[in-house]
Design a protein around this ligand. Structure first.
Ligand SMILES: *[C@@H]1O[C@H](CO)[C@@H](O)[C@H](O)[C@H]1NC(C)=O
Ligand SMILES: *[C@@H]1O[C@H](CO)[C@@H](O)[C@H](O)[C@H]1NC(C)=O
Ligand SMILES: *[C@@H]1O[C@H](CO)[C@@H](O)[C@H](O)[C@H]1NC(C)=O
Length: 562
């Protein structure tokens, strides 16, 4: 009641009240389930109102005694880790999840008395959920081994969920996320999982999560956030297709009313607008999201990342540079990627302008390799990819990348946004045609010449396809296919993938044999060990095969070793 009277966020009064609540809850002799659920609701309210420290302060003292406090506490740390990818935050989240498991463990399977049954079920559920979160954390590691290990870990929670299927509230969230996560796995891994007794049914996952989001339980926000993450990020980055934006909007609507200034809410509102091609509105909302709070700088970095792309989509390289530069200076997530991105954006500006900004493109590209992170001795695939691309600048006679910023736009699936705006697509096409001309007229072709030509042709084909000029698009794609023998970089595999999906749509199944050949070719190529971002590609292949549905079933058994 007091809090609602002092609605000024972060004000001295409201901080005093929070500390009073914490204090009182300490004095309360025991934490029963009902009190715990109420406390967590309050914490959740704080969290959605950008009062992250307050939320943590409320949960922290009870995390050893109350499983819901434990879960809430580690959920927030997990989100933080997911946003920063900072090894320190990941460790902290992992440690907290371990503690939460212990807390839940204490409430599990103690007695068979009826009174404790409810509590015990809650404990089972919390335990399973924390396990699921731990698996998510493992999934952050982009390697196939990581996926399998993550899957093995979820196996435990999956069985728990299965046996408590009637316990709806929280089960939706668990089963839903679980199926969704599995449905994203590359088919080879999925087959292995199926062998272990899992099924990754995306529709089941989505409908469970929908039900969870619609319920009025503590977990509905978690289901909602998971669904939004799926529609607005996972499908875009890993899949070939589109999330369901209509559904995402509907899910967000009630929270927009309740938490109009909530950073996460503003962020997702902006992201939806961006994916719809409403770039100006998205930019406004990302800026509003930055202005909404100062406590979690990581959210500013996420917004800067999105703003960098939003301005890139508009070919406003000067503004895009501004945000790339902010990321380079402020965010620790991946310096190699940021510096590469900054250099790529600067490559699109006239040289005088770059000099005026006090930047040196060649020098920036040369820095990329040295900035790569190693986590537990392993390098990060996205960074490896950037370093490989930047390599050609390291020689004393650097060879320029043809259209690096547009290529990155492709790698990060930005064409799904740009494609919605014929005006922008036309502008990109003009840039590509200029690049094509320059390459054609190059008097002294470098060793990267064919690579560059293929990149330009692919991007040109994508633009033409988006503009409905299908015959011309196909001729670009054919150009790429005819030269594939000379290439073996990641982009080639992506090119194949896009072409296959494209042809599948265009010719439906009449040309199934060609498709099969292409897929076989693709899968064989996947066996080369040195592929950058191999996992992501596996994901995309899986998604593409799903998209093509019917004839993926006719695929001959894979000749690749499991
Ligand atoms: C919670 O338990 C852990 C170990 O089980 C202990 O290290 C920590 O001090 C405890 N925290 C509180 C607040 O009791
Ligand atoms: C998107 O979700 C809405 C609501 O859940 C559903 O009615 C609609 O059919 C979905 N659209 C697609 C393309 O899946
Ligand atoms: C962008 O979205 C906002 C809010 O939904 C809407 O008012 C505006 O008309 C949209 N603009 C365009 C160009 O679609």
């Amino acid at each position: 009641k007091l809090l609602s009277q002092h609605s000024v966020e972060g004000s001295y009064e409201s901080r005093c009240i929070v500390s009073e609540i914490v204090h009182l809850s300490f004095r309360s002799p025991k934490m029963d389930l009902e009190t715990a659920l109420k406390g967590c609701s309050t914490a959740l309210g704080f969290f959605l109102n950008n009062r992250f420290a307050d939320a943590l302060a409320l949960l922290k003292p009870w995390r050893n005694q109350s499983m819901y406090h434990a879960m809430g506490y580690s959920s927030i740390l997990l989100m933080q880790a997911g946003m920063t990818f900072d090894p320190h935050d990941i460790d902290a989240a992992m440690a907290s999840l371990r503690e939460s498991l212990q807390t839940c463990q204490r409430f599990r399977k103690k007695t068979g008395i009826v009174q404790t049954l409810t509590k015990e079920m809650h404990a089972e559920l919390c335990y399973a959920e924390v396990l699921l979160q731990k698996a998510f954390l493992t999934f952050l590691d982009e390697s196939i081994i990581g996926f399998i290990k993550g899957g093995m870990k979820i196996r435990n929670s999956y069985q728990i969920y299965n046996t408590h299927i009637h316990f709806r509230g929280g089960v939706n969230m668990g089963i839903g996320s679980f199926n969704l996560m599995l449905s994203l796995l590359p088919s080879r891994v999925l087959r292995l999982m199926e062998f272990l007794g899992f099924s990754g049914d995306r529709e089941v996952g989505l409908s469970e999560l929908r039900e969870g989001a619609a319920s009025n339980s503590l977990r509905s926000i978690l289901s909602t956030l998971t669904l939004l993450m799926f529609h607005l990020y996972i499908t875009v980055i890993l899949g070939t297709g589109e999330g369901n934006l209509t559904e995402a909007e509907a899910l967000l609507e009630p929270y927009k009313e309740k938490f109009p200034n909530g950073a996460l809410i503003l962020f997702y509102t902006a992201r939806i607008a961006l994916l719809k091609g409403n770039i100006t509105f998205a930019q406004e909302k990302f800026l509003a999201c930055i202005a909404a709070q100062e406590e979690w700088r990581q959210i500013h970095h996420l917004c800067s990342w999105e703003l960098m792309w939003a301005y890139s989509f508009e070919l406003n390289w000067r503004e895009a540079y501004r945000y790339a530069d902010i990321l380079c200076k402020e965010s620790k997530w991946s310096q190699a990627v940021y510096v590469f991105q900054k250099a790529a954006i600067l490559s699109m500006l006239p040289e005088e302008e770059v000099t005026e900004l006090g930047e040196d493109v060649v020098e920036l590209f040369r820095q990329v390799d040295g900035l790569r992170l190693r986590i537990a001795g392993k390098s990060i695939p996205t960074e490896k990819f950037a370093a490989k691309k930047a390599q050609r600048y390291s020689s004393s006679n650097p060879v320029k990348l043809a259209v690096p910023a547009l290529e990155m736009l492709y790698v990060w699936n930005g064409f799904t946004v740009v494609g919605k705006r014929p005006d922008l697509t036309e502008s990109i096409l003009t840039i590509l045609e200029k690049a094509e001309e320059q390459l054609r007229d190059d008097p002294d072709p470098s060793e990267y010449h064919v690579d560059d030509q293929c990149v330009v042709q692919l991007l040109k084909g994508l633009c033409l396809r988006q503009l409905g000029r299908l015959v011309q698009a196909e001729s670009c794609f054919n150009h790429v296919i005819s030269r594939c023998g000379h290439l073996n970089t990641l982009i080639v595999l992506n090119i194949f993938l896009d072409i296959i999906v494209y042809m599948a749509f265009r010719t439906s199944c009449s040309n199934a044999i060609l498709h099969n050949e292409l897929i076989r070719h693709l899968i064989c190529r996947m066996n080369y060990k040195d592929y950058n971002m191999e996992s992501r590609l596996h994901f995309r292949i899986h998604a593409a095969l799903n998209t093509m549905g019917s004839f993926s079933a006719k695929l001959p058994p894979s000749r690749t070793p499991a």
